[in-house]
Ligand binder design. Structure first.
Ligand code: KG4
Ligand code: ZN
Length: 327
């Protein structure tokens, strides 16, 4: 079964064809980063318009590279995300499914991220603890099997990626902030500052807004401080909290693996520390599979189609959609 996946929840216009639920036949991502960079963040109206322009070429390229004229189903992200962006991909997916006469299936973007390791790790063993860290989300999830999720903890304020983006903007490092901080932190001394590790010993929830304030205060007090030192100390604090909690969750739940997902999972320090923190296998998605892409949407769509059947064509975008957790 070939599933065409479409992803337009934020600022990535993506289309991909996945066969047998996990084999990537093609994956095309048109990033809009250049369009949003001069505003220092994603501008929803610009994102929606860009999806309209970029989506059809992305779908055509994904189909051509996969060498197929008609997929067996079309999957698209219906939330969470920006409503004007979601609408573009969702409407296109429904129209394509109708014109080809194949099923349409709506995909939860967060579940999509959870399918990245399914695509890349043939040896994946469940249950897993998944740390999903992106610009919009910071979740610690126990996944007993595909589709069977339990929320262990989440951020109470800023997402981890949002903290990277805000601190990078404050330090004048540009947008997106995560890769910029990752890069300059390599030249810095993480011990130059000791930033707070909020809620470190306390459950599985996260809080990053105090850390951002602490960075601003520290730079106000020491304006001569070297930017790489500030970036390195900040990154160290974020990664310390993320890895400590994820490792504790692995031990407490007896999970057989730890997975990272979401854009922040591209962070080099996070990847290194996660590998060292647990004695079960750690699955680190490739950079392309960490950030938003449509292969993960097609994989999650294949699973949902087989398990729950097609979605109705009346399925509306749901900007605030959350993962469905077992009780
Ligand atoms: O998953 P994603 O592509 O989009 C969503 O938010 O859904 O994640 C983007 C986020 C941004 O906040 C970006 O700054 C962060 O991931 N990011 C990183 C790195 N690369 C991307 N954060 C830290 N280190 C990185 N190397
Ligand atoms: Zn994402």
């Amino acid at each position: 079964m070939n599933v065409l996946g479409i992803e337009t929840s934020c600022d990535e216009t993506a289309a991909a064809v996945v066969s047998e639920g996990r084999v990537v036949e093609s994956s095309v991502v048109s990033s809009q980063i250049d369009l949003h960079a001069r505003y220092g963040g994603v501008v929803p109206e610009i994102a929606g318009r860009a999806h309209v322009e970029l989506l059809v070429p992305a779908v055509e390229e994904a189909m051509a590279r996969a060498g197929i004229e008609r997929p067996d189903a079309v999957a698209a992200t219906y939330g969470p995300g920006l409503v004007g962006s979601l609408l573009v991909g969702l409407s296109a997916a429904k129209g394509l499914a109708m014109s080809w006469g194949v099923p349409f299936v709506g995909v939860n973007h967060l579940e999509g991220h959870l399918f990245a390791p399914v695509i890349e790790e043939p040896s994946l063993r469940w249950p897993l603890v998944v740390l999903l860290v992106s610009g919009g989300h910071t979740l610690l999830v126990h996944a007993a099997a595909p589709g069977r999720y339990r929320l262990l903890g989440q951020t109470l304020d800023d997402a981890a990626g949002e903290a990277f983006d805000k601190v990078a903007r404050f330090l004048g490092l540009g947008y997106p902030g995560g890769p910029a901080i990752d890069r300059v932190a390599k030249e810095g001394d993480p011990a130059a500052f000791t930033f707070p590790r909020a809620m470190l010993g306390d459950g599985y929830d996260f809080s990053f807004s105090g850390l951002k304030t602490a960075v601003v205060r520290a730079v106000e007090r020491r304006p001569e401080a070297a930017t790489p030192d500030v970036a390195a100390a900040f990154q160290d604090a974020v990664v310390d909290v993320l890895v400590t909690k994820a490792a504790r969750a692995v031990r407490a739940t007896g999970a057989r693996g730890l997975c990272l997902g979401g854009g922040v999972a591209a962070n080099s320090l996070l990847r290194r520390r996660a590998l060292e923190a647990v004695d079960v296998p750690t699955y680190l998605p490739s950079m392309a599979m960490c950030t938003d892409n449509a292969a993960m949407v097609a994989a999650a769509g294949s699973f949902r189609l087989l398990r729950d059947g097609p979605s109705p064509l009346s399925l509306a975008p749901d900007p605030g959609l959350f993962l469905e957790f077992e009780r």
